[in-house]
Design a protein around this ligand. Sequence first.
Ligand SMILES: *Cc1c(COP(=O)(O)O)cnc(C)c1O
Length: 465
Amino acid sequence: MTAELSKGLGMDNRKILFRSTNRRAPAVSFEQALLKGIAPDGGLYMPEEIPRLTPEEILKFSDAQYYEIAFEVSRRFLAGEIPDEDLKRIVMDAYNYEIPLEHVYNNNYIMRLDQGPTASFKDFAARMMGRLMQYFLNRNNGKLLILTATSGDTGSAIANAFYGLNNVKVLVLFPEKEVTARQRKQMTTLGKNVSIVALDGKFDDCQTLVKQAFGDSELDYLNLSSANSINIGRLIPQTMYYFYSFAKLRSGDPGEQVVFSVPSGNFGDLCGGLIAKNMGLPVKKFVVATNENDEFPKFVKSGVYEKIEPSLNCISSAMNVGHPSNIPRLVQLYGGNMDENGSISNAPDMDLIRKDMYAVSISDTDTEVMISDAYKEHGLLLEPHGSVGWAGLQRYLEDEEVNKNQLCISLETAHPAKFPEKIREILSFDPKLPPSLQGLEEKKESYEHLPTGYRAFKEFLKNNY
Ligand SMILES: *Cc1c(COP(=O)(O)O)cnc(C)c1O
């Protein structure tokens, strides 16, 4: 490490290495893990050790701006790879919007992660990852083709985060019938370095094609990289809002703990929270709320993991995932091993998983009922994903007879205006558009259609890049 780089890194300036969950590939630097996306052995990169923040450091966050917390958290992982001044610039530029913490009743809050440019919580991860990639690529004169599968919100967050960058091209695959018109328009109206392909299939089919392309050595020349939630560059930014919300809402009592409810699909958001807990954030419980794709709640109950194929189409469409790609990371955090296909070679500590997490599946009917009840009882406006999280939290509070002073924070992961049809049907009004979603209707769309097979997709890649 040069003297310049080591300056100001704090107490711990050892470089953290990143290792594949399959453990058959060498450990790499953050830069390599970020630009590669998936490890050569098909596993997911995880930090070899998780840095810790002291209670005093976490206490100091109470007076900090979001970007300052983002800086302090991320520099623990990026020590020795990016000078502090550059990292600070990146987080200030990425996090230039509000994070409302809305009081609902008792000590229960909604954290709205929907104020970014695509009105989805995925902006948090995508904007930072895009800026980090651009930073490293500029430094090395590199180029990348980002290949990403989306069930709705990832695609637009990634496309917007990378839009206009000169050394990165973006290709997004989406299941045509599973995204709303508005979600589609957020991707297909961009142009420039962003291309969009619609598949006549499900999200899992899109994900499969992306994985096949990554494993295809004939496509090495494309310098493919992934921006799905398997990229470690998306995981680290998903730890920060857990610190932020706790810091802003804590009462100040020593030993205070917080409950988070996380509406979960691919489990990147939850893994971010689990990493925050491992860094020292005092989390009493994660409510892991899924829609009817209930492979995880079943796993927690029985200890047996079975993916759901094909995944079920629920109204919280961004969570229609029958085999969440981040589950191997979760299993590793609890001392086990799972490969990318979901087979477990070494069981995680199920008792500890049950102690840390309350996993619950919320039906579409209950999701709709909760959108209605939350609005009528508390004036709380939720869209389907946030409603799954909030409904999961209510189950947990009843089931475990939780004290009404317990601080609980439920994540709202998209803006209700992204789901106007549902809101209109249930609440009989149109949610107001945030500024970021205005003017979409008039913009011109451009995208291609492909069948679900790999051959056609590979031809498309070879012909266009
Ligand atoms: C992606 C997404 C989720 C699920 O997040 P994961 O990290 O995939 O579990 C929840 N809500 C919305 C709106 C999303 O776009």
